[in-house]
Ligand binder design. Structure first.
Ligand SMILES: [Zn+2]
Length: 453
């Protein structure tokens, strides 16, 4: 098997890895880089044979999970290329695309991942492992071809609502992994050595803040972070509060088809608010049926009788209408995203707004990614013959943190055997292990694929 990481050896986001065996190819993820604007997304599709015009030897695009930094460029490639993805993940993306008037996945040939059920795709046998992550329906992928085994971690963590999946995987990992492509999102962040709080611990913090609420609690989190919605819903139930979801988030929850997740038509502790942009879309499309399901739970922001009992899901896009309509006396903002976003220009308006309105902000959050101690446990359990850093801004630090690290470069092909041989019989001095490998990768006669050929 040969491997080329098109994006990911030096960054988080935009992940795309190409694998080749017996002249056939598959891609692991086709994500959109974090810093690419809507208008530039199409131009950021990696230059891979077949991604523009289709190609018989490009067999499929394998998606680990439905975050844009892993799936965001799929809409720009030919529909003839099959996509493998979790069933619920596909449903979530399609439901979102429907509202945002973007192309659906549904037009494509889909292979649906089922936890630990191998799928044969040409010379590749792919086994998906359901993992704990802040994205719903996320998988790590074991790929076997030509007697070699590559394990792609995707994005994962060991401290979320599905932490058991992490424990199960490291208790009985797939044996004889030749190569592990492992994410390292949190490496280089402040306090990287600490373990992260669990969702259960966050629930206790939410309960505390809700009990002390003097007015409306605004919950600022991502509508894709369904684990977090569950955490806050549980805190709402424990404190006799009502969680008011916006219709978009309610649609995401409905798309999972999971009866254990909070749903918009539940009788208690749930309200539904329809944002202006969705009201416009419903009128445009005449899709009034969508409102029927939760008629009894519908909430209007200017009619909240007792705001201290309400938690309103909030995002920067809703600022104007929340400011104009919702009762904000005594309100608090519960911030439940990565703290780094608060330094981003996109959040400036909200920061100015809460200051002007004197709304106190409390951060209650835990990472969607594995802590360094959990990354260490994961790498030790998988015990790969070579560990390749990916999905990190600090891949240069993997060498000091893990065993058997070989660092790759974006766009450079390498043979798996050569990468492993480089570790067993170092042809680069040990001090430089974990640095560039282009020299010996080139000796392995890489098949360089580009659109120019
Ligand atoms: Zn990611």
């Amino acid at each position: 098997m040969r491997v080329c990481i098109h994006r990911g050896t030096e960054q988080i986001g935009g992940t795309c890895v190409e694998l080749e065996a017996e002249g056939k190819r598959i891609l692991l993820d086709l994500g959109r880089p974090l810093d690419v604007a809507d208008g530039d997304a199409a131009a950021s599709v990696p230059r891979i044979v077949g991604l523009q015009e289709g190609s018989a030897d490009l067999l499929a695009i394998l998606i680990s999970h439905p975050h844009q930094d892993h799936v965001g460029l799929v809409e720009f490639v030919p529909e003839s290329i099959p996509v493998a993805i979790g069933k619920a993940a596909a449903a979530l993306l399609d439901r979102a695309a429907n509202w945002l008037s973007r192309p659906l996945l549904a037009g494509r040939t889909l292979i649906n991942w089922e936890d630990r059920r191998p799928v044969k795709i040409g010379p590749f046998v792919v086994t998906p492992f359901l993992v704990d992550h802040s994205a719903y329906d996320a998988y790590a992928l074991l790929i076997e071809a030509g007697g070699q085994r590559l394990f792609y971690s995707g994005d994962f963590r060991g401290h979320g609502r599905k932490a058991k999946l992490f424990d199960r995987l490291i208790a009985a990992p797939p044996p004889n992994v030749d190569m592990l492509l492992m994410e390292g999102t949190v490496i280089g962040r402040d306090g990287e050595e600490r373990q992260f709080p669990s969702e259960d611990e966050l629930e206790v913090e939410f309960v505390d803040k809700l009990q002390g609420a003097q007015g409306l609690s605004l919950l600022w989190t991502s509508s894709q972070n369904l684990d977090r919605i569950v955490t806050v819903f549980r805190a709402a139930r424990r404190t006799g509060r009502r969680l008011i979801l916006d219709l978009f988030t309610a649609e995401m929850l409905a798309a999972t088809d999971n009866p254990r997740l909070p749903q918009a038509d539940w009788r208690e502790n749930i309200g539904i608010y329809v944002p202006k942009w969705m009201r416009r879309k419903i009128t445009q499309d005449g899709s009034f049926d969508v409102l029927k399901r939760f008629k009894a739970n519908r909430v209007f922001l200017d009619q909240l009788a007792d705001p201290a009992y309400d938690i309103l899901l909030f995002r920067p896009g809703l600022l104007k209408e929340v400011d104009a309509e919702a009762p904000l006396g005594g309100a608090q903002l519960l911030y439940s995203n990565w703290s780094g976003y608060l330094a981003d220009p996109s959040t400036l308006l909200v920061r100015q707004w809460i200051e002007a309105r004197q709304i106190p902000m409390h951060t209650i959050h835990t990472s969607g990614h594995a802590s360094l101690p959990d990354l260490r446990r994961f790498a030790a359990a998988l015990a790969p013959r070579a560990l390749i850093p990916i999905h990190s801004f600090h891949t240069d630090r993997f060498g000091e943190l893990f065993e058997n690290v070989v660092r790759m470069r974006d766009g450079v092909w390498f043979g798996m055997s050569a990468a492993i041989a480089a570790l067993e019989v170092p042809i680069i001095p040990p001090a430089a292990a974990g640095s560039e490998v282009a020299g010996w990768a080139a000796e392995d006669a890489p098949r360089v694929l580009s659109l120019e050929q």
